[in-house]
Design a protein around this ligand. Structure first.
Ligand SMILES: [Fe+2]
Ligand SMILES: [Fe+2]
Length: 262
């Protein structure tokens, strides 16, 4: 099974560049399943609504994972109740709408897609390790094809989750930092692992945001209103293959950077 996971799609620039890059990825890799993190897909980089989700589906993305920005747009509360293709962090308050894991069918094979969020330098949430224990009690009975988007800030927490889930899931792919790491690997239990897949959207800002605003925030520690950067865009994703038992056999990073766009 061939899977593409795309990193945090950020703003309309991210959606537009996804539209330019994804056909090439599909032509080269012929994936069976395309997943994207969409927590920043609104035009202001915060959250998601139905119209934006539909744009992503129209471009070929089949499932959307989320993160700390999941509730930033008010429409998310009804959207996540109704749309079973969106997965939000499982270790947020259970009374919130939406699902922390979903099942899909790929060529007749059931696949579970799970989203969890880290706790270090992030808002409060339940323990992601214990949450995974509970989820796997249920999911592992149904399928060995389990793909985890771990949305977390620090590399150590992500690596800890990768090793903790090694041999128990098909892939642990990190999102949230918006910078792609070069540590793609298949762990000893045949779990595909990447600390962060990177973002898709404005390339010349700081994590997608206009760099002068972020510099100002660091220099003066004053509140600033985020605006997304203009100019060149980049696309970051990861491609991995699973064998018939749901174990990873290959993993490869994908990165396109646009040149000289004003
Ligand atoms: Fe993000
Ligand atoms: Fe995030």
């Amino acid at each position: 099974m061939k899977i593409v996971m795309i990193g945090d799609i950020t703003g309309q620039a991210g959606i537009d560049y996804l539209g330019e890059c994804l056909p090439q990825v599909i032509a080269e890799k012929n994936p069976d399943l395309i997943i994207a993190n969409a927590e920043n897909a609104m035009s202001n980089g915060r959250g998601i609504n139905r119209q934006v989700a539909e744009q992503l589906y129209d471009l070929g993305v089949e499932f959307l994972t989320m993160g700390n920005h999941v509730w930033d747009h008010k429409d998310a509360f009804t959207l996540l109740q109704e749309d079973q293709r969106i997965v939000r962090p499982a270790n947020m308050a259970a009374s919130l709408p939406g699902r922390g894991h979903v099942y899909c069918k790929v060529h007749g094979q059931e696949v579970a897609i799970v989203n969890i969020i880290g706790r270090t330098y992030m808002n409060l949430s339940d323990c992601p390790f214990q949450t995974m224990d509970h989820l796997l009690d249920e999911i592992s009975k149904r399928t060995p094809f389990i793909i985890v988007d771990f949305h977390a800030e620090v590399t150590s927490e992500k690596l800890a989750m990768g090793y903790y889930l090694d041999g128990k899931v098909s892939a642990v792919i990190g999102t949230h930092t918006h910078v792609q790491t070069a540590d793609e690997q298949i762990l000893s239990g045949q779990t595909a692992y990447l600390t962060d897949v990177g973002m898709t959207g404005p390339a010349q800002g700081i994590l997608g945001v206009d760099k002068s605003l972020i510099i100002e925030r660091f220099r003066y520690a004053t509140p600033v209103r985020f605006e997304l950067a203009k100019g060149s865009r980049h696309f970051h994703a990861v491609y991995f293959e699973l064998d018939k038992a749901g174990r990873a056999v290959s993993i490869e990073r994908i990165r396109y950077v646009e040149k000289d766009r004003k």
